[in-house]
Design a protein around this ligand. Structure first.
Ligand code: UDX
Length: 441
């Protein structure tokens, strides 16, 4: 079976490399020649644990190749995946489908035999039908089936998520598309992964509904955290007590500075717009978006309050900038809201992140970058932890105390133990664990 993957972004690269690992012949296509050149030389455009090795091995074994030549990749293909970007459209919050439609037409024009065109990009419900119309108009002579196969890959854990998913969703309206997708995912049947075959519209909506639900869940626990702080309760224990109820589940109940990343902010917005347009506004999702945006801004105010009401002239160490650990991705990261606000309030910022490449480009020029966590912390008046990289958990409170000039520590991910921090005489605050909240047993 030959597969072409259109788009060498995060989703296309991970999915392409994993399908190759499953034994399929995969050709990844991108218009960016420098990216393709780098991939051919074994250099990854993104940081994702395990990806480099997977790409290298499958390329060496001849199952994975990279090209800018879409026509050559599509020729002879049994299945073509669309994994191009669907960014938020400027002005109205809708998903921008320009790339999806353009790629669908190019694939149809290049096809030399019947194939299945599968959308992996996250696209609003109804897009599959539009793709079908484009393909039919371009190639009335050829049987090109259309399908939807949304991804549920977490950055930092994407390869594990692809290889051992909770479920695979395939939206199809033909037996041939279902047969091709079943063959592609055959190794997952062996580990008894549920494969859910639905209509194309249903598959498209499952993706948005899943991400929006998770965003609501995070926002809910964040609001409970605020309530914990006012009442002396401990959000960890509240989350645990809730999560042990099988109907609620324990995951995605970590309070923090608000969700970010390439999916939740964009997908919640696109779902809200679709729902509004259909005349059935998803008010819960709209409220979630507003609450999460407000939360990121509140985090800067929280730091300023912890510093006694002003950060002017103070040096603040910032640990962790990416939207979550084990990635270099900065898209919609809380740090992009918090750091500019602190700079505007007159603080000098010394930041450290283990993967700072994108952060360096996206944060205000005034932000200084340190080469290690302790370099950032040394002589700082205050410390803010924004992203919970594991290496920060290991820093003992006495080391922080000895290195810092001041005592204020604001931990927006609850990585440190409040009791140990306070025993060192540090002025430590975290999320949803007010003073006297007690610790979990
Ligand atoms: C997400 C979805 O999990 C994935 O299924 C989808 O396909 C793409 O979007 P990802 O964006 O990589 O994956 O990250 P994820 O681990 O889901 O975290 C998203 C954001 O939520 C991060 O900013 C994270 O810090 C935040 N989060 C997550 C919390 O604040 N609390 C939690 O309990 C979980």
């Amino acid at each position: 079976m030959k597969v072409a993957m259109i788009g060498a972004g995060y989703v296309g690269l991970v999915s392409g490399a994993c399908f190759a690992e499953f034994g399929t012949d995969v050709h990844i296509v991108d218009t960016d020649a420098s990216k393709i050149e780098a991939l051919r030389a074994g250099r990854m455009p993104i940081y994702e644990p395990g990806l480099e090795r997977l790409v290298e091995e499958n390329a060496r074994d001849g199952r994975l190749s990279f090209t800018t030549d879409l026509k050559a990749a599509v020729r002879g293909a049994d299945a073509v995946f669309l994994a191009v970007g669907t960014p938020t459209r400027r002005g109205d919050g809708h998903a921008d489908l320009t790339y999806v439609f353009a790629a669908a037409e190019q694939v149809a024009l290049a096809a030399d035999k019947p194939l299945v065109l599968i959308t992996k990009s996250t696209v609003p419900v109804g897009t599959g039908r539009q793709v079908k119309a484009i393909v039919r108009a371009a190639r009335p002579d050829l049987a090109i089936e259309v399908a939807s196969n949304p991804e549920f890959l977490r950055e930092g854990n994407a390869i594990g998520d692809f290889m051992r998913p909770d479920r695979v969703v395939v939206g199809v309206d033909s037996d041939r598309a279902l047969a091709v997708l079943k063959r592609l995912y055959r190794p997952l049947y062996l580990i008894e992964t549920p494969v859910l075959a639905t209509s194309i519209e249903t598959a498209e909506l499952i993706k948005y509904a899943s991400n929006a639900f998770l965003a609501v869940k995070i926002t809910f626990i964040n609001q409970m955290a605020d309530l914990c702080e006012k009442t002396g309760a401990n959000v960890h224990d509240v989350a645990r007590g809730m999560g042990l109820d099988g109907r609620i589940g324990r995951k995605f109940l970590h309070a923090g500075p608000g969700y970010g990343g390439s999916c939740f902010p964009k997908d919640t917005l696109a779902l809200a717009r679709t729902a509004q347009e259909m005349g059935v506004p998803a008010t819960l999702v709209e409220q979630t978006i507003a609450a999460n945006d407000a939360r990121k801004a509140q985090m800067a105010e929280r730091v300023i309050a912890a510093c006694g009401g002003s950060v002017a002239g103070k040096t603040i160490a910032v640990l962790g900038l990416t939207f979550k650990p084990e990635t270099d991705d900065m898209r919609d990261a809380p740090s992009l809201v918090i750091l500019p606000a602190l700079v505007a309030a007159g603080a000098t910022l010394r930041a450290y992140d283990p993967q700072p490449a994108h952060a360096r480009q996206m944060l205000p020029a005034a932000v200084q970058f340190a080469d290690s966590a302790m370099d950032a912390v040394r002589d700082a008046d205050a410390l803010v932890l924004i992203t919970e990289w594991n290496e920060f958990r290991a820093i003992p409170p006495e080391k922080l105390k000895a290195a810092m000039a001041g005592r204020v520590i604001v931990d927006l991910r609850n990585v440190w133990d409040p009791v140990a921090m306070r025993e060192q005489g540090l002025d430590y605050s975290s999320i949803g664990r007010g003073e006297g909240a007690g610790t979990s047993v």
